[in-house]
Design a protein around this ligand. Structure first.
Ligand code: UDP
Length: 428
């Protein structure tokens, strides 16, 4: 198949860990590469955010990234990108006129808007690809959790519902998202659940591990945005230390600059909780450096308020490290409480402290959880498996699209015949 991915703000080429570069970038990059390994030709369209970027970049064997001019060629927060989606759609449609894709897969709601517009243009020349969409995050969930802190434009929620109605299929990444989509009115028959994956050759239990600064190390990894719950983990650390554990908390992600407001906020929490000397803010790290940090940790804690999927817990489990995770979103599916880690309620430092202290006190349990986590990742979450499952959805959707197109064609021919008959029989 010829596959088009559209990912307006999240390029496979971006540096991870900044405010707008995380799981979606990894998903698009790894899924595209794994689909190409299965023999497909993949083009990823993303917005040009730097004037010096070449138009086309070969990203991996069989995967090309195309930078489309859509808005100023500089980084723009994703919440301000909607006005440029018409230009993105035009650029994508222009490229499709040269090589028509069989399927077009939009990532994040604004790309969904662009894909549907590009598909409409292609339809006029009878070349509409099958349209699939993955939301990566839903506006309704974000607003529920962030309230006034949600900076999404007001168009987001109605447009997300519209994408759900008009796309040929939705690829949700977890069962919780599938429920949310049903509530948005997306037909169940259009929803498939395929999780994100993890690079099992990179994130492994064996290999280098960093030196720790204390007897115990707890680690969090992610974009430093408030909803990731790092503040809650810092508060929990204070209770863990108070119960007698000599523990440090390593925080990976964020810009690492001291004037970043989120870093200032986290430092304030650490100081008030009396654990400033135990919280190590490492800033952004490259993926190549993450396994050594994860392996050096007793536990990885993922404490988001909500989480559309969450690749970090997969990476920790693939490294054989148990995960203490909020029981929200994708973490409900990926972390098995009592087998690969422990679920806790979101925004609850006492619950995190209890789960962490319990596991710190039981090294055998941690080792068993770590082994089970690695087994779970190997059996279900390789990118090759994710690509095979996604491919099945693509094939079924493209086949359904072709037969819908054929039925429309038959409908058009029938209409023509009956108009001709009417004319022959002296009608209007
Ligand atoms: N990540 C990274 N370096 C960092 C912070 C994060 O490589 O400094 C990666 C992390 O390993 C994971 C991704 O960014 O692959 C974050 O994905 P996740 O789904 O956990 O969170 P999201 O960013 O989508 O909210």
């Amino acid at each position: 198949m010829r596959i088009s991915m559209v990912s307006e703000h999240a390029s496979p080429l971006a540096t991870l860990g900044g405010v707008d570069a995380g799981g979606q970038n990894v998903h698009v990059a790894e899924l595209s590469a794994a689909l190409a390994r299965r023999g497909h030709e993949v083009t990823v369209y993303t917005r040009r955010d730097d004037a010096d970027l070449p138009e086309r970049v070969s990203f991996a064997p069989g995967v090309e990234v195309v930078h489309v001019d859509a808005g100023p060629a500089r980084p723009i927060p994703k919440d301000d990108l909607l006005p440029f989606m018409g230009d993105l759609a035009a650029g994508v449609a222009e490229d499709w006129a040269r090589t028509r894709p069989d399927v077009a897969h939009g990532h994040f709601w604004m790309s969904g808007v662009a894909v549907l517009e590009a598909a409409e243009r292609a339809e006029r020349s009878g070349l509409r690809p099958a349209v699939l969409h993955t939301y990566h995050a839903l506006g309704v969930v974000k607003r529920r959790n962030q309230g006034a802190g949600d900076t999404s434009p007001p168009e987001r929620e109605p447009l997300e519902a519209d994408i759900g109605r008009r796309a040929d299929a939705i690829v949700a990444t977890c069962s919780d998202e599938a429920f949310e989509l049903r509530m948005l009115g997306v037909p169940a028959a259009h929803i498939s659940v395929v999780p994100c994956g993890v690079d099992l050759a990179h994130f492994t239990p064996t290999g280098p591990r960093e030196e720790r600064g204390r007897d115990h190390r707890i680690t969090t990894v992610g974009r430093l945005v408030q909803r990731k719950g790092v503040g809650t983990v810092i508060e929990a650390l204070a209770a863990v230390v108070a119960s007698g554990f000599d523990a440090e908390l390593v925080v990976v992600g964020g810009g690492g600059s001291s004037d970043d407001p989120e870093i200032r906020r986290l430092r304030g929490i650490a100081e008030r909780a009396g654990v400033a000397d135990r919280v190590v803010l490492r800033g952004q790290l490259a993926q190549k450096d993450l396994p050594a940090v994860m392996r050096s940790s007793d536990l990885v804690v993922c404490a988001p308020w909500y989480e559309p999927f969450g690749i970090v817990p997969l990476e920790a489990m693939a490294c054989g490290v148990p995960v203490v995770a909020s029981s929200v979103g994708g973490l409900i599916d990926s972390v098995v409480s009592g087998t690969t880690g422990t679920h806790v309620p979101p925004r609850d430092p006492a619950a995190i402290a209890e789960a962490v202290s319990d596991l710190l006190a039981r090294p055998d349990q941690r080792a068993a959880y770590g082994r089970a986590g690695r087994r779970r990742m190997a059996s279900r979450y390789s990118w090759d498996r994710v690509a095979a499952d996604t491919e099945r959805v693509y094939l079924a959707t493209a086949a359904a699209r072709r037969s819908a197109g054929a039925m429309e064609g038959i409908g058009r021919i029938d209409g023509l015949r009956s108009r001709r008959r009417t004319r022959r029989e002296g009608g209007t």
